[in-house]
Design a protein around this ligand. Sequence first.
Ligand code: NDP
Length: 685
Amino acid sequence: MNNILPSYVNDAWWTPADTSTAVAVRDASTGAIVANVSTAGLDLAGALDYARTVGQASLGELTFHQRALLLKEMALVLTERKRELYALSSCTGATKIDSMVDIDGGIGVLFTYSSKGRRELPNAQIYADGAVEPLSKDGSFLGRHIFTRLPGVAVQINAFNFPVWGSLEKFAPAFLAGMPTVVKPATPTGYVAEAFVRILVESGLLPAGSLQLVSGSVHDLFDHLKLGDLVAFTGSASTAEKLRSHANVQVGGVRFTSETDSINASILGTDATPDTPEFGAFIKQVVTEITVKAGQKCTAIRRVIVPNALVDSVVAAVTERIAERIVLGDPRAESVTMGPLASLEQRDEVLRQVQNLRAAGGEIVMGSTDIPVVRGLDGSVLNAAAGAFLEPMLLRFTDAQADAVHEIEAFGPVASVIGYDTVAQAVDLVRRGGGSLVTSVATHDPKLAMAFMEGIAAFNGRVLLLDRDDARSSTGHGSPVPQLVHGGPGRAGGGEELGGIRAVFHHMQRTAIQGSPDMLTAITGIWHAGAAVQHGDRHPFRKTVAELCLGDQIDSAARTITLADIEAFAHTTGDTFYAHMDEKAAAANPFFPGRVAHGYLLIAWAAGLFVDPAPGPVLANYGLENLRFITPVSPGDSIRVTLTAKQITPRETDEYGEVRWDAVLTNQKEEIVANYDVLTLVEKD
Ligand code: NDP
């Protein structure tokens, strides 16, 4: 059979020998066959083993930063060839804007994780999490948490609606964590996922075994999963439930998270009357969410919750805007602004759910369930039995309490309007969704926003506050951003594992480690107080990144503070705060014995005490972190500083690296005056 969509396993393309059970996947507008899909005979156990051995080994050789840089290169390669993806994407019913959301959105995820990985993770393979916990009085026994990558494979099962973004949103954090991926796109649009995987394979950027693709059913895959593997699922709640109940998840320790149907809401605040900018922004957002991707978005607005007095105005405004702007048709035609659903099965499923909503009291107040007459690229009428077109629909429920409106998801260009009178009622309606990915609130009243937030935040993964100030710049109700949580409680799947660096940690295990300062230093690559130090014959500032060692230390001479020093600093800087200038007032302050030195004077002096002034490998001081002033310093006290190389991070693409120094200021009684980290840029070699 021609046109069989290949899988990519064991770093090779694979197609089935037996194609008798292949499923034909069709163009959403014309019904023409785009690909045939089958995995009959595919050795999935072998693919999982390949990931756990070859994939783990190749990714394990790389640091977070090296993986992050590869993600950026992948993003650049996909950007260069994105036209190929756009062409295929239009077969799924996606308009140009829909494809941008999927393809550019997916590429954007790679860029974001690349940048976050290099900024928020060390150039190492282990991540030390949180503060050091002293566990003994003498400092010889410490504890802290570390993250190490899971030793298995990340299986990613994706929905049909976002074949590129949905995959890359999961692949990027898995890759950054060092976990190989087996991605399983949904059959109806898997050919777009195959195309981006092919581009990445051809780029030569993928470390061996780091990405495999299963184009079609994953038949017995779950039977071969084990502790150390994870599954990230997006799709229907019923499939999620079925997969979650597998013994290898229930008792075998396989990590399973899901992002499933969500009956998201958007609330119009009582202050947002038709004459306000919030009303216009709200209407625009509702129309966008009904029509972009023909409403096939897990984050789309399903419940439009508006003050009872404004229901008619909202229905009229949405109807008017849709009539003005929405042109239904083959998305390859210039003028078309809304394409078909991804498949005839999806169209029929949406129609079934709309029938269920109607049966439960929903009245169609915009659009119709009749199959629309749509013209193709050549102007001829498209076959209604081949193109999955549906009109945008708005239903109205006079009974806001009807279960159906809070429980039934018509996964297409469909939303329902319900009314409320009080904030408490609106909050209750949002909660009736049983946990959502996102709710938006259109209001310009911070008190009202807070009242809503108190009631709905715990029922949502994300809340967007829409008003006149952010309406233009808002990324939109329906757009998860890679920096923030994508997931939600309850019905939305219960996950918050996507979005931000927490998504990387989701692919790792947090372990508490306890041991001596030397052991913790060896394991984390971060010098811990109490670990070995070296006082060499060279000042540490004379050493390059390649020459520096953790624990390289310098102890400064002591310097005594006088009242004249404090006054001079006060006058030079203008900081004549009474604690430094007024003996009586300072003494009355519970924290000070009398006039004390400025904290900033102390750290400025500390720099003078530890610095080695001549030009050398240290290029710049780019900041301090974790600065605490602990003991006040009075005239007559003396201070000295101990500076220790704490963390040494060579940068992959620069001629310099970052060195974090542990700085401790003490007084003549050995009391700690201040401590902090000094951050410097140092030549690599
Ligand atoms: P499904 O749950 O049927 O499919 C989702 C993914 O799971 C697909 O990749 C599918 O593959 C796969 N899958 C299905 N059965 C199994 C199984 N037994 N073992 C392993 N993988 C399996 O959802 P659909 O994509 O068909 O969408 C149905 C509904 O889900 C929509 O109408 C909508 O309500 C909801 N949905 C929610 C989304 C969200 O992001 N929250 C996104 C998309 C849909 P295959 O395609 O090969 O069967």
